[in-house]
Design a protein around this ligand. Sequence first.
Ligand code: COA
Ligand code: MG
Length: 286
Amino acid sequence: MPAKSLARPYRSVLYIPGSNARALEKARGLPVDAIIFDLEDAVAPDEKAAARTVLAQALAEGGYGNRARIVRINGLDTPWGVEDLAVFGMHQGVEAVLVPKVNRAADLDAVAAVTDKPLWAMMETALGMLNAAEIAAHPKLSGMVMGTNDLAKELGARHRPDRLAMLTGLGMCVLAAKAYGLVIVDGVYNAFKDEAGLLAECAQGRDMGFDGKTLIHPAQVAIANDAFAPSEAEIGLAHRHIAAFEAAKAAGQGVAVVDGKIVENLHIVTAQAVLGKAQMIAALSE
Ligand code: COA
Ligand code: MG
């Protein structure tokens, strides 16, 4: 199925507490692909109302350039969700609304009834994992965000470097997102000063098929941007695959061999996707 909203890369998706004016300003100059302006877990209950005002003002001022602008509202079953949606569901500066703790597709219906904007879903509950396919099939959904801290909490799981307890849920959500052409970004890495740990987790997410990683701190941006971009070696190999396949076709053959490995038509689709993504990333800095 074609991707619904991969017109830009989503390598680095930075959370910013909606109440943090300094971070809202700082993000205008950070090389992130997308921003999640958060009204939910990063904002204390007694700051919820002030955060709406601060964030609405920052979005009205703009200055976020090409970055995707996604607002994470509080759940509609909390005291704040309805008002969050009233303020940001129609706000011109907002591209998409991120719904927390989505358990089933019907949770999205309630939000879609109030906003015309594309929706994103936080995938962070056991029920959400089990219903990932029906959630992904929702006609208003464009993206999924893994909420690995909430999921670990609900599972009673331990955080391990190999993310053993997360792997089933991560895999189910990747399957669901890919089946319906959605963007999907991995959960955050809490130890924001641990570069090696972040690098390893980015590599794991990338190898599983994630488009990028959610981040909590500016120091994490460059690592994610690099990890989720095609490497020079991948770009070079993509060119060689395409050239070898063209040559094989011209010689009347259906397959080619590159570096001792078979190259078929399906590998050309992958090679073109790699080059397309590299071009999209290059276009960002033009
Ligand atoms: N987005 C944009 N800028 C941020 C930022 C973010 N998420 N986190 C920190 N910064 C800025 C700070 O404002 C500071 O800017 P300055 O140097 O111009 O003053 C700079 O980056 C360095 O920040 P630092 O002092 O190292 O971090 P901190 O102690 O201020 O904040 C956290 C650490 C974790 C509290 C903070 O990064 C944060 O709130 N992250 C987002 C948490 C979140 O949204 N969670 C919800 C989803 S899990
Ligand atoms: Mg959460």
